[in-house]
Ligand binder design. Structure first.
Ligand code: MG
Length: 193
């Protein structure tokens, strides 16, 4: 089945498809060489709260899976991350956007921890927690190849946010490429319209 047929099938399936979202670089601006350690360092990418609200109409559950090795490095604490996420969820709520669960991996890249993307540990955990999740009926949106690898390892539809040149280099790994989450949400909306 080609990817366009697959996404249509996904949107028209009886049980709603699940959506996995990366956080940094998809929902909020990533801080190059650093971490979002407090709510005032958290900045939404323009249009991403509205995009999530729109995507909530088509996908359920909507889950964030995010690597946060700043915790493993001791640069920030679990508590500080929790404050950042409370802030994010509150602001999403104001836009009518809903996230069902956030999974984060505090492990260092060097640890080989199975929860850290590109390993699929967080997605597998979500599947245990949400019995309705079928990976074949799920999509993942991320701005890194490690997100796309999580999708490839679990059989999801892979949506890349970023440079189309990169997408062209990895045609098997990246099924769709958009500039932003807002653009992906518009695409989904138009498919359904
Ligand atoms: Mg990212």
């Amino acid at each position: 089945m080609n990817v366009h047929k697959r996404i249509s099938a996904l949107l028209n399936s009886e049980t709603p498809p699940a959506l996995f979202l990366d956080r940094d670089g998809v929902i909020n601006r990533r801080i190059e060489g650093g971490y979002v350690k407090s709510p005032d360092e958290f900045e939404f990418i323009e249009g991403s709260p509205e995009a999530i609200a729109q995507l909530n109409r088509f996908f359920s559950p909507v889950i964030i899976i995010t690597n946060q090795q700043g915790i493993g490095k001791g640069v920030m604490s679990d508590k500080e991350l929790e404050l950042v996420h409370d802030h994010m969820l509150k602001n999403l709520e104001k836009h009518g956007a809903h996230i069902d669960r956030i999974y984060y991996c505090p492990a260092l890249e060097s640890s080989g921890d199975p929860c850290r993307k590109p390993s699929p540990g967080m997605a597998l955990k979500a599947k245990k927690d949400f019995h309705q999740i079928r990976f074949q009926n799920s999509a993942i949106v991320g701005d890194s190849l490690s997100d796309m690898l999580v999708g490839a390892r679990t059989g999801m539809l892979n949506v890349f946010i970023g440079n189309p040149e990169i997408a062209r280099k990895y045609p098997r790994l990246i099924h769709f490429c958009f500039n932003s989450l807002a653009e992906f949400a518009r695409f989904i909306h138009n498919l359904h319209a």
